[in-house]
Design a protein around this ligand. Sequence first.
Ligand code: NZQ
Ligand code: ZN
Length: 386
Amino acid sequence: MENFITQNPTKLIFGKGSAARISREIPSEARVMVLYGGGSIKKNGAYDDVMRALEGHVVTEFGGIEPNPKYETLIQAVELARSSGSDFLLAVGGGSVIDGTKFVSCAMRYSGANLWDFLLDSSLLKAIEPVPLAAVLTLPATGSEMNNGGVISRYSTGEKLPFHHDGVFPRFSVLDPCYCFTLPDRQVANGLVDTFAHVLEQYLTYPSESRVQDRFSEGILLTLKELAGPLMKNHADYDLMSNFMIAATMGLNGYIAWGVPQDWTTHMIGHELTALHGLDHGVTLAIVYPALMDVLREPKGDKLLQYGERVWNVNAGSRESRIDATISHTRNFFESLGIRTHLSDYGIGTSTIDAIVKRFSDRGWKLGERGDVDPATVRRILEAAM
Ligand code: NZQ
Ligand code: ZN
């Protein structure tokens, strides 16, 4: 097991009616800015509950944060937050709204001339203390409600980049499964794949004698496998949605990462597919993961066998045939959610592969748990995804 230091300061407030607690969690003198997306929160009750809980506070609203939150939109939110004197940010929505709010909280305290700079170089954020924020989650997927990361897209340049800062852990997050009952099939499917991929990125590397973390990870994967069918048929089942919310939060709140090697290659390639073609985040992961498992079957072989055996009951046959069966189970799982898993299904071809490989090359990125996934390997993965 590798050395690690861990601390997660986010308070989780879970269950039906939990938004009423907000008033007790936000300082009474705080000037609150409520940030949200395209309007789903006005249909699922979250907006009304939040506004009721904030009665007595000075409240400013910023709506219209889009999926894969846009830098161009968020800089308007920064202006409004500054001009209104807001000193507490409340994100109400999915990962995009929470990530956008994290960006705003850093940007409000960042004195550099160009706010995009800290996406290119996170060290620029070291000296700042972001404005405190909290979240009311309406879409289980990203884990953003209990982590210190965000991913921001810049439409003018076709970029999508992550950033991290310990100051953007939400002070608290409200998880009320009832707000998720209105989710469309597409977003439930995306959330299941995203959570599944988060766990794999922290698990599918090489054996590291991290038995508790491995079994937590396998527990989340098995839970997702078990939930997926019934949840896709019925998004309004409180217990199913509760378990999905916990799986998604646990998938990326740092707990399963204790002392284990990680490999975020699938996410980094996926971000480029979204940046260049607008594909949903979950869709990009469903395309890349089976191909990555195939191309990296040697370095990841031992963990692929463990994953196959413990999650998909693949016990018999040669090493290669077990790995093949494990990859097929993974692909079939994603496809069973209605997500197609090949680049060609989306009309994406070699020019995109060339563009992504060039970007990785220009940035000097070497990914993977051993830092050896170079641009040539990224090309092989994308070609295997065709
Ligand atoms: O904008 P509104 O009207 O709210 O509609 C949203 C949006 O259209 C809708 N939605 C959300 N909750 C709903 C709902 N519709 C009906 N009922 C509800 N209860 O769903 C659509 C997608 O929302 P979005 O927030 O974009 O989805 P998600 O939570 O999957 O977030 C994706 C973003 O998070 C980033 C992704 O890259 C992507 O930009 N990620 C963030 C991470 C993090 N911060 O740690 C990690 C992830 O790997 C991921 O990269
Ligand atoms: Zn993700």
